[in-house]
Design a protein around this ligand. Structure first.
Ligand SMILES: *Cc1c(COP(=O)(O)O)cnc(C)c1O
Length: 222
């Protein structure tokens, strides 16, 4: 099947309120253009240099999502154009994002990454650290950053009950923050969870943004 057909297939399975981010990391610009010509605009990359290079030569109305681990010294290269930074996993990243956004006279949207998996190798805040961020008035501390929601990755396992449980935990945390810090309600409304292998479970658990690579572009070769 073609990329356009794969996108149509995935989209058919998504409820209307769920945004599809097509994860194009490692894929050539020609693949992105194929999806673009089929009408798709949201793409995800996990290396700042790759994303900046692609953004420089592909159509300007593409919405670039940064889904990788954020290195603070690279933020300046994406600050002029990035649409949404999914992987904000420590306060230092918020600070640097705020600084670079201000330099570009922008307000940059981001998601806080939460550590929901069993694997130690995955990144993110835990529930207590997350509460601390919100208690400390982030909209005043980081006026050029807008925290739009949460992002998480489940454990890489065949155990569906475990994956479902991890997604449900993240959804609970998301709803808890919405209700506890109600001033965020208007803009704190994105829950990014679900990839090719687990997006059905993620949507059932409340996700409204999925990040899908393999099911659209095929396997990646590194
Ligand atoms: C690569 C990646 C994806 C997409 O993974 P697929 O299994 O190819 O759909 C989603 N989210 C993040 C953070 C990724 O790094």
């Amino acid at each position: 099947m073609s990329i356009a057909q794969n996108i149509a297939q995935v989209k058919k399975e998504l409820p209307e309120n769920v945004t599809l981010v097509a994860v194009s990391k490692t894929k050539p610009e020609s693949a992105i253009l194929e999806a673009y010509e089929a009408g798709h605009r949201d793409f995800g990359e996990n290396k700042v240099q790759d994303m900046a290079a692609k953004a420089g030569s592909l159509p300007a109305d593409i919405r670039w999502h940064f889904i990788g681990h954020v290195q603070t010294n690279k933020i300046k290269y994406m600050a002029p154009f990035v649409h949404l930074v999914h992987g904000v996993d420590r306060v230092k990243v918020l600070k640097e994002l705020n600084k670079e956004a201000a330099k570009n006279s922008r307000i940059i949207d981001c998601l806080l990454q939460v550590h929901i998996a069993k694997e130690e190798t995955k990144f993110g805040f835990d529930a207590d650290e997350l509460a601390t961020v919100f208690q400390e008035n982030p909209q005043e501390k980081y006026p050029n950053v807008r925290i739009r929601g949460l992002m998480g990755m489940a454990t890489y396992t065949d155990n569906q009950a475990q994956v479902r449980g991890e997604f449900e935990n993240l959804n609970r945390l998301f709803l808890h923050i919405q209700s506890t810090f109600s001033m965020h309600n208007a803009t704190f409304n994105i829950l990014s969870m679900g990839m090719s292998g687990d997006y059905h479970l993620a949507i059932a658990a409340g996700s409204n943004m999925v990040r899908i690579g393999t099911a659209i572009f095929g396997e990646r070769k590194y």
